[in-house]
Write a protein that binds this ligand. Sequence first.
Ligand SMILES: Nc1nc2c(c(=O)[nH]1)N[C@H]1C(S)=C(S)[C@@H](COP(=O)(O)O)O[C@H]1N2
Ligand SMILES: [Mo]
Length: 325
Amino acid sequence: MLIKKRPSWAMAEADATSEHIYLNRREWLRAAGFAGLGLTTALTGVGGFAAAAVAAIEGYPAPRNMAYRLDRDITPEDDATTYTNFYEFGSSKNIWKRAQKLVTDPWMVTIDGLVETEMQLDAEDLIAKAGGLEERLYRHRCVEAWAMAVPWSGVPLANLVKLAKPKPEAKYLQMETFLDPSIAPGQKQSWYPWPYVEGLTLAEATNELAFLATGIYGKPMPAQNGAPIRLVTPWKYGFKSVKSITRFTFTDKQPVSFWEQLNGNEYGFWANVNPDVPHPRWSQKTERLLGSNKNVRTQIYNGYGEQVAGLYDGMFPNDGRKLFH
Ligand SMILES: Nc1nc2c(c(=O)[nH]1)N[C@H]1C(S)=C(S)[C@@H](COP(=O)(O)O)O[C@H]1N2
Ligand SMILES: [Mo]
């Protein structure tokens, strides 16, 4: 299901009324090829496999930072780790097995552009230099109107920015995913502008919420969730949270992100969550929670206005909607 060729600009399940909305989680898994008892066995395999692949980053389980609380239940782990968006491995949500081809240790990361000294280092060293791991509970809101709430382990992105020592001219941080069509079949689809790229202003990147995650549910990150390091920006639509990062580039030019290149009218640079600004093809008023399939109201900045609204004061006084596409 859902694995078919798409027009270049479409997210596979961008139509919020599409099939999976109407299937509950178990039904969806069954339709996707899991069945009954087999499910449990298959899912147990996920954590084990991924743990072996990224064992090099230490510190699990990380102590929870109690400053970040949830207003809803944590999403069951098997939902968050088997229903994933990772277009490098295909445009369906059911790519978690395929993603196990990703070798995440060793994992070289480049920090370059407008910095005092460019660096190349292994993800393990980067995380060690960026401070110890902590755990945070964050909500996550996909632009396609599904949502989850999960415990991430990682370090504040601000720590990486400090480590990188950006020059005064640097205004943005661009982040790039690996490029290897030999393991990621989605990258053979030439109508996509690989590699996946995302970007933040430096003010956003150093906001306390911006997080570089290396794990989930108290364990190293499974490949399908973006091992060994991925961004998490919980006040923005999920596509900002770029997975499996290999390059951090400091620049004075606003990055053009992957989805923006494909269709800038639907997926802009800012991508802040706002229930009152509909996507051109569907409403953003509510979101479907993975696991329970309950629909709940979406909140401005995904409920994180207190921490981030000030970042955008006075921007686009004549067209505030620009901040929310
Ligand atoms: N490299 C890369 N990063 C990505 C994506 C992707 O396809 N490739 N999908 C994005 C989207 S649309 C979402 S909603 C989140 C999903 O994260 P999860 O699968 O861990 O829930 O990852 C984001 N990061
Ligand atoms: Mo998404």
